[in-house]
Ligand binder design. Structure first.
Ligand code: F6P
Length: 318
């Protein structure tokens, strides 16, 4: 093993740059040549591959997004696309690849593994929807960003005696909503994992109003329902003034938290170590320890939605 490559794919997440920096510098410190693939699997197919140096990853540890850029690439899921990617790796004698991304990225990684390339996957997504690891890279920063934004919404909501619905990302996983909701003191948290009804929501809001609460915050995980429709329904059913805001990509950018920088730095070094030992798999962080497990484990539902935290958030919101 002399040459490896690193790429980021799928939605970017804060901490990816710290992770790229770690793969490059740790790899070079171990005597490897490290290539950077731009725009994920698309760059692998289009031969957009550059040799990295220690300096090419200078001054990026604090920056959100990914300097390697990222893409979602359908062509990589075709045999012809994988053929081109393998050809571009082989002509540089690259036999190990570190891929940083979410579940789609890991599915792509399996294509490379099937063709004899050593791959170490790093969970990089704000969604925290890879359940073999307690934390995905970028989740902590996104939660903190959401909390800051909810604080802003709370100010204006309070001034107008309003109910505010704040839609957050999650791609089918309620972890961003739950963790930001608990930290921001949300009154209602709506996630895909827990059933809810408009009557229960309005009952809770009306009760809070009667108890003297001036404004209420609802954190809504994306795809649970349309936030504008929900706001209209709440206004009609409860008589309360209700508005909605979709946070969108503002919650995906921004300088990574110290937690995500350190997670990315450790993930990167561990991934290189394992590839150098000739192993394929995915790195993660479970029960306070770094782990390396087969890629198939990344698709198993081993960590459940944290109902205890959800119930606590409900009890404390009054
Ligand atoms: O997976 C990350 C994520 O931000 C999801 O939370 C969201 O559903 C999706 O990506 C948005 O994708 P795009 O940036 O392509 O609109």
């Amino acid at each position: 093993m002399n040459n490896i490559a690193v790429l980021t794919s799928g939605g970017d997440s804060p901490g990816m740059n710290a992770c790229i920096r770690s793969v490059v510098r740790y790899g070079i410190s171990q005597g490897l040549k490290v290539y950077g693939v731009r725009r994920g699997y698309a760059g692998l197919i289009e031969d957009d591959i550059v040799l990295m140096t220690e300096r090419s990853v200078g001054n990026i540890i604090h920056v959100g997004g990914t300097v390697l850029k990222t893409a979602r690439c359908k062509e990589f899921m075709t045999p012809a696309g994988v053929d081109k990617a393998i050809e571009n790796l082989k002509k540089r004698d690259i036999d190990g690849v570190v891929v940083i991304g979410g579940d789609g990225t890991f599915r792509g990684a399996k294509e490379l593994i099937n063709r004899g390339i050593l791959v170490a996957g790093i969970p990089g997504t704000i969604d925290n929807n890879l359940f073999y690891t307690d934390y995905t890279l970028g989740f902590d920063t996104a939660v903190n960003t959401v909390v800051d934004l909810v604080n802003n919404v709370r100010d204006t909501s309070m001034s107008h005696d309003r109910v505010s619905i704040i839609e957050v990302m999650g791609a089918g996983c309620g972890d961003v909503a739950l963790n930001a909701g608990l930290a921001a003191g949300a009154d209602v948290i709506l996630v895909p994992e827990v059933k809810w009804s408009i009557d229960d929501v309005c009952g809770k809001l009306n009760h809070a109003k009667k108890c003297g609460k001036q404004c209420s915050i609802i954190i809504l995980s994306e795809h649970v329902c349309d936030p504008n429709d929900l706001a209209k329904m709440i206004t009609v059913k409860s008589g309360l003034d209700c508005r909605s805001v979709i946070l969108g990509h503002v919650q995906r950018g921004g300088s990574p938290s110290a937690f995500d920088r350190n997670l990315g730095s450790n993930f990167g070094a561990k991934a290189v170590e394992r590839i150098m030992q000739g192993e394929c798999g995915v790195v993660g962080f479970r029960n306070g320890k770094y782990i390396f497990v087969p890629i198939e484990d990344a698709f198993k539902q081993t960590r459940k939605f944290d109902m205890d935290q959800f119930i606590l958030a409900q009890r404390l919101s009054f």
